[in-house]
Design a protein around this ligand. Structure first.
Ligand SMILES: C[S@@+](CC[C@H](N)C(=O)[O-])C[C@H]1O[C@@H](n2cnc3c(N)ncnc32)[C@H](O)[C@@H]1O
Length: 269
């Protein structure tokens, strides 16, 4: 891949999504772009770059879809869901009537459905019916579509305990494959929207009880991370929780948070 094309693509991906592609990733970028080159019936990456610059407003969405990694799973980094359950239980026991959560890089939906099952289980245990909502966002329209469809094959459901699969998913068949679709009781708890985390401020008011922003911040450089973490701080309630991925942390010296567990932070002021 021509160096000039590679550098321009990296610059566009950074400007549009805050994603910093590390040096030496030419072959990874070339193989991902090849999908768009083929889909558009173009000849080369250079043709693709010309097309992209011309049709930036629409094509950038498809570019980010092929560039970003969407790896996720149900109950990934499972200890976070115990912390979430404890916190939700405490809020409801203290009489909270309105509770708000945000899953900020929801990918194909496994993470927000796991959050929703965790909340539903606590409410079932306490016999509580709070006004509880979960916003799930991602930059990729492709993953958002899959997430709002909420149907997963057996392999992807492997992390969901049998009892919860039976309670919250209905068996169905899609193109001859056995699938499990989230039932309305679960899916109606979640609102899916497109949102770019690299461009705060975000059009929501809060205040939020917890934010999950896991396994996406490592794509961002320090200025993007700092702005994002400050925006979460604006939106969280005092005492609200911020969950990040296990291999991630807040930028050094992020004001207004204390550690509340492994890769969990609490807003303090
Ligand atoms: C590796 S997945 C993580 C999914 C999930 N949070 C988890 O931990 O399993 C990263 C997700 O971040 C999304 N993403 C990347 N850049 C983004 C941005 N600037 N704004 C919003 N989402 C972004 C990708 O589309 C992808 O779905």
């Amino acid at each position: 891949m021509q160096q000039q094309v590679y550098e321009r693509i990296c610059a566009l991906v950074y400007d549009e999504a805050g994603i910093r592609i590390r040096p030496g990733k030419e072959s990874m970028v070339a193989s991902r772009l090849a999908k768009r080159v083929r889909a558009l019936g173009l000849e080369s990456e250079t043709d693709y770059l010309e097309y992209l610059e011309r049709e930036l407003a629409t094509e950038v969405v498809a570019l980010l879809d092929v560039i970003s990694t969407n790896v996720t799973s149900f109950y990934r980094e499972s200890e976070h869901f115990k912390v979430l359950a404890d916190s939700h239980r405490q809020l409801l026991r203290a009489g909270a009537k309105r509770v708000r959560y945000w899953c900020a890089a929801s990918s194909t939906g496994e993470e927000p459905y796991t959050i929703a099952m965790t909340l539903a289980e606590v409410e079932r245990e306490l016999g509580a019916r709070p006004d509880c909502r979960l916003l799930a966002t991602d930059i990729s329209t492709r993953v958002l579509k899959e997430a709002s469809d909420g149907a997963y094959n057996n392999a992807r459901m492997a992390g969901v305990p049998e009892e919860l699969r039976k309670r919250y998913f209905a068996r169905t068949e899609i193109a001859g494959v056995e699938m499990h679709r989230a039932i309305p009781e679960l899916s109606s708890r979640i609102m899916f929207r497109r949102l770019n985390l690299s461009q705060p401020p975000f059009p929501m008011r809060g205040p939020l009880d917890a934010v999950f922003c896991r396994n996406v911040m490592f794509y961002f450089d320090e200025p993007v991370k700092e702005a994002l973490v400050a925006e979460f701080h604006r939106l969280l309630k005092p005492g609200g929780l911020l969950f990040v991925g296990k291999s991630e942390s807040l930028p050094p010296g992020s004001p207004g948070y204390v550690r509340a567990g492994s890769s969990v932070f609490r807003k303090v002021n």
